[in-house]
Design a binder for this molecule. Structure first.
Ligand SMILES: O=P(O)(O)OC[C@H]1O[C@H](OP(=O)(O)OP(=O)(O)O)[C@H](O)[C@@H]1O
Ligand SMILES: O=c1cc[nH]c(=O)[nH]1
Ligand SMILES: [Mg+2]
Length: 209
């Protein structure tokens, strides 16, 4: 069974409150999502492997640590996942970025693929799949399935807000993929929007409503 991690850091929770607020406009929404993505990247990289080195300070030799330099990849699920990419790259600028385009059919709720472009070596990379919203889990689960078909072996899923239904779906379909979120909300509504959630993440990021 995959693990669910909820980042309850006060800074993340504070910013998430403004992200949820319907009075927050597009510019501020985008900035806040970017900032929370950076904070979540800091938490999600906590288990990155390091190696011991020595370094000469001006006064002595110090035992120190450097990152092992493991290959990383970010995979935003278009569109809304794009809003979190730059914020993560601020902390891990060497990560390659693959894009997967999925939209949720409003009637069937099925995730429909319309684009996919991955780094050629995704099998050697630790991937972070990014999407602000995990609602039914259909989009994230389908994205992970597609990535596995393309050779991905190591993945984490990072979302801002999840519904319990989405967590359950991803854990069932992909017990090898841990899930990292800033909040688990109450439920889905009749249109499978997250309650209380933040509305439509893509529309709020890009001003399309
Ligand atoms: O868990 P699910 O039930 O699949 O719902 C979540 C998906 O819905 C939203 O995308 P949307 O289809 O609105 O596309 P967009 O990002 O282009 O707005 C969201 O960004 C997720 O990808
Ligand atoms: O609440 C939701 C559910 C799916 N997609 C969104 O953007 N918001
Ligand atoms: Mg949308």
């Amino acid at each position: 069974m995959s693990q669910l991690y909820v980042f309850d850091h006060p800074l993340i929770q504070h910013k998430l409150t403004y992200i949820r607020d319907k009075r927050t406009g597009t510019k501020e929404f985008r900035e806040l999502v970017d900032e929370v993505a950076t904070l979540m990247a800091y938490e999600i990289t906590r288990d990155m492997p390091v190696r011991e080195v020595t370094v000469e300070t001006p006064v002595a030799t110090a035992k120190a640590k450097l990152l092992e330099g493991k290959k990383l990849g970010l995979v935003p699920i278009l569109r809304a996942g794009l809003g979190m990419v730059e914020g993560i790259l601020k902390l891990i600028p060497a990560a390659k970025v693959g894009h997967i385009g999925l939209y949720r059919d409003p009637h069937t709720l099925e995730a429909i693929e319309y684009y996919c472009k991955m780094p050629s070596d995704i099998g050697e990379r630790d991937l972070i799949v990014i999407d602000p919203m995990l609602a039914t889990g259909g989009s994230a689960s389908e994205a992970i399935t597609i990535l596995k078909q393309k050779g991905a072996k190591s993945m984490k899923l990072m979302c801002l807000i999840a519904a319990p239904e989405g967590v359950k779906r991803v854990q069932q379909d992909h017990p090898d993929v841990d899930i990292y979120v800033a909040a688990v909300d109450e439920k889905l509504d009749d249109h499978s929007y997250i309650i209380p959630g933040l509305g439509d993440a893509g529309d709020r990021l890009f001003g399309t409503k």
